[in-house]
Every structure is written in C-alpha cells, then in structure tokens.
Design a protein around this ligand. Structure first.
Ligand code: 4AD
Ligand code: MG
Length: 433
C-alpha cells in the first residue's frame, strides 16, 4: 500500500493509497458518509459508501467524532467540487483512537472567545487558520536563514543567560543564577558584535525575553529575533541590508505560501508592492509629517504605535525612519558626527499599521564614547568589561539590526495580534499551556 500525504495527493490520482490523520468534519447522507480528513499537510474529502465497505467499517466510520485519529485506505479521484479538488473513495478505515462522544473535542466549527481558544492553544493549532499562520512562519524562518547563509553570514548563537541589560533595564527578566543575579537575554546584539569581529558577518537567531508590562497586540514577553551584525559597516549598509532582506522574505512567502495566504484572506496587493527601494525618512521629517497630519508630537520623543501608523500611511511599502534622538534609543548607538544628539539608527516600519518590525543601526566604536554612555545609562561597568575590550582591540565601524519574527509574520499574514504568530504565546497575562 502506498502511503501518501494530502499535500502531495495530486500525484496519486487513480491509485489506492493509505492516509494517516484525523477526522476534521463529517457530513452524513443515508448510506453515504462524507468525512473530511486532515493529516497535518492538508484536508481532503472522503466518501464512505455502505456498498463499498464492510458493515463493520461503515459503523466505525459513522461513529467517528471530530479529531478521532484514523488510518484510511482508498482510491484518489479528481473531484472539482471537493475542497482542494480531490477526493478519497474509502475502501477501508481503521480508528486509532475514537474521541469519546461524552467528552467531545472542545473546538467546534463556530465562534469561540479568544481566551477560550488561547487556553486550548495545544488543540487550536489544528484549525486551518492557525495552521496557515504557522506554515507562513516556517517559510519566513527558512527565508531568513537562507538569506543570511547565502550572503556570507555565519550563524553563531548567543547566550540566553546574561549578566547585563542590552535594551534598557525596565524590561529585564531577572533570574537567580546560583546566588547571583542574571537576566534573560533581550537581544544577542552585544555578543554579535564580538562574533562579527571574529567572523566579519554573523547572525544569531533565537528566543529573546522582555518583561513588557503593557498589554498590546504588538508585544510578547518571549519572542524570536534574528539579528545580523557586520564589521566595517555604516548605517547606510545596515539600511541596504534591511531593505534587501525584507524584500527577499516577502517574495519567498508569496512564491511558496500562496495557498496559506488565501486561507488567511490576505490582500496580496500591498505585499506585492514590497519592492526596493524603500523610502528613507529622517526623524526630523517624520516629526514634520506627524505635525502636518495634526498629531501632537514634540521633537525628541519616541514614536508610539499610533504615530508609527500615521507615518507609514504615507507610503505604499515599508518605510525606514533613521536618525532618532539618542535619548530615546539604547546606550550603544553611534552618535551622528554632525549632530551628536542624534543616533545613527534605523527603524523599519511595516505598512498597513503594523509598526516597527526592525530596529538597528551603527554601534559606538570608540572606547571613550562607550564608557561615557555606560555611565550615563547607569549600567554596571563590570558587566561590560568584555564589551569594551571590543573597542580596544581593533575597533571598526560596525552595525546590524534585529527583526522580531512574530512582528514580521503578523504583518505578512495580515493578522491583528502577535499572539497568533507563535505556537505558544507568552504575554504578561499568559504562561499556559
Ligand atoms: O528594536 P529592538 O529593541 O532592537 C534590539 O533589540 C537591537 N539590539 C537589535 C539589533 O540591533 N541587533 O528590537 C528589535 C525588534 C523590533 O523591531 C521588533 O520587531 C521586535 O524586535 N520586538 C518585539 N517583538 C515582540 N514582542 C516584543 N516585546 C518585542 N520587542 C521588540
Ligand atoms: Mg526598537
């Protein structure tokens, strides 16, 4: 017996195959049953006819409840009217585990509240929409890795336990490290700077942690970040890389995950417009733009989510806002030589109100400059001795960025909230399942 997957069922038309999966749905019409099976790769309609199978098999099929696990054998036919275009005429069916009718699968094809679904995230992942989102996520991650691997970056992962803050002390998760204070990493960047000096161009990719006390649709407490870092690079190169990288990811998802984007009812036009060059907007001009649009915004502040939306509304593709005031950015940002109150940094804002997906820039390369900033930010100097070494032994202009995977996935999928862009979201109010 040929074992097949639904995703590749087209190549088995006319053949008798075996499918292993779960019952997704069942329609009954007298001596005919129309079960829908899913196997993790797709959904296919089945037909069980009392005249084609033994009475025992027919009864087993009829007794299946939603999400019962099954092994099905049958012949594959093309069927234009069936969802997906194919059908399996069942000749044999065996139940691996039948869901008890007294304790049915809790997620029925009807509206459930979001908290109900999140409490059952371990099961909710089986539904079509969640499946589509996580397939897109996988494609994004593959595109990310392929992009850096094929552009001469070396993957070097950075530690999760760290002795000091990278992105400000207010969002640190503190842990007891054998009687000493340690923190879960907020970003691998500081370590990337060491690896970039050893390898030229590097990236890290892993989970990062922020004790985000606010409840917003854009913040998780645990999220995945990919961070490239380049030696001998200025802000200009960092922006060029960010732009090229985003175009490559979007192009790849459009090419390989069209079906999933369709399931998500994603409007493709804005994605198809994601082409180089991206507009580049100086912070000063971004503030001007906000004022023209009637926002009350003072030069010198950081943009909130509504400000980012207002700015990005003016553009039909991602916009790169650069040269924010140093006072709203992290301690390591290289000052602009002409206007030292500004940082050589960039935020990439996604279109359609999705806000910042990338943050990055040039790092301070001077020893004295960095010591001064560590003091100004009241950071413990002893935790940064190794980091300062990088400015003593062959310091060079260097820079990079970080992209939050969930922000990117939520934008590409066109979904409202980051919590659906990761399998098991962690937020201020959720650490279950
Ligand atoms: O702008 P951020 O804080 O930059 C850094 O951490 C730099 N050290 C990165 C670097 O230059 N290597 O974070 C980078 C990105 C943001 O643009 C956003 O996409 C994502 O990480 N991000 C979050 N995603 C989900 N939940 C949160 N709480 C996030 N905070 C940041
Ligand atoms: Mg940022």
């Amino acid at each position: 017996m040929v074992s097949a997957t639904i995703e590749k069922i087209a190549r088995h038309v006319g053949e008798t195959v075996e499918l292993k999966g779960w019952l997704y749905n069942m329609r009954e019409s007298g001596k005919l049953l129309f079960p829908q099976f899913r196997d993790g790769t797709g959904i296919i309609q089945g037909v069980v006819s009392a005249k084609d199978v033994s009475p025992e098999v027919f009864e087993i099929a009829r007794g299946l409840s939603q999400e019962s696990s099954v092994i099905v054998q049958g012949i594959i036919r093309e069927e234009k009217r069936a969802p997906g275009g194919f059908e399996i005429s069942v000749s044999h069916l065996e139940s691996v585990q039948t869901v008890s009718p007294g304790d049915p699968y809790p997620i029925a094809p009807k509206e459930h509240g979001i908290e109900f679904l999140l409490d059952r995230r371990h099961l909710w992942l089986r539904s079509q929409r969640q499946h589509a989102i996580l397939k897109v996520r996988h494609e994004v991650i593959r595109a990310v890795r392929d992009y850096f691997d094929s552009h001469d970056f070396t993957l070097i992962d950075t530690p999760m336990f760290t002795p000091a803050a990278c992105e400000g002390t207010t969002t640190l998760f503190e842990v007891d490290y054998f009687g000493q204070k340690a923190y879960l990493t907020q970003s691998g960047q500081l370590y990337n700077e060491a690896t970039a000096a050893a390898f030229g161009k590097t990236y890290c990719f892993g989970p990062t942690f922020r004790a985000e006390k606010s409840k917003t649709r854009r913040h998780l407490t645990e999220f995945w970040m990919v961070e490239p870092e380049m030696s001998f690079a200025r802000l200009e190169e960092v922006m060029n890389l960010a732009e090229d990288f985003i175009c490559a990811i979007v192009e790849r998802v459009i090419a390989n995950r069209r079906a999933e984007l369709k399931t998500l009812e994603r409007n493709m036009a804005p994605l198809e417009r994601v082409q180089k060059p991206f507009p580049r907007l100086h912070y000063d001009d971004a503030v001007k733009l906000l004022k023209e649009k009637g926002a009350t915004f003072e030069w010198g502040g950081d943009f909130g989510a509504p400000d980012e939306t207002l700015i990005s509304e003016n553009f039909d593709r991602p916009v790169m806002v650069h040269h924010y005031p140093s006072q709203v950015k992290a301690f390591y940002m290289e000052p602009d030589p002409q206007r030292p109150e500004l940082a050589c940094c960039v935020d990439v804002l996604a279109p359609e109100g999705y806000g910042e997906i990338i943050g990055g820039g040039e790092r301070i390369s001077s020893y004295e400059g960095l010591v001064k900033r560590i003091q100004e930010h009241n950071l413990p100097p002893e935790a940064f001795t190794w980091y300062l070494d990088l400015r003593k032994y062959g310091s060079v202009p260097h820079g990079g960025f970080g992209m939050g995977i969930e922000r990117c996935v939520a934008w590409i999928c066109g979904i409202e909230h980051l919590r659906e862009a990761i399998a098991f979201p962690r937020t201020i109010t959720r650490n279950y399942p």
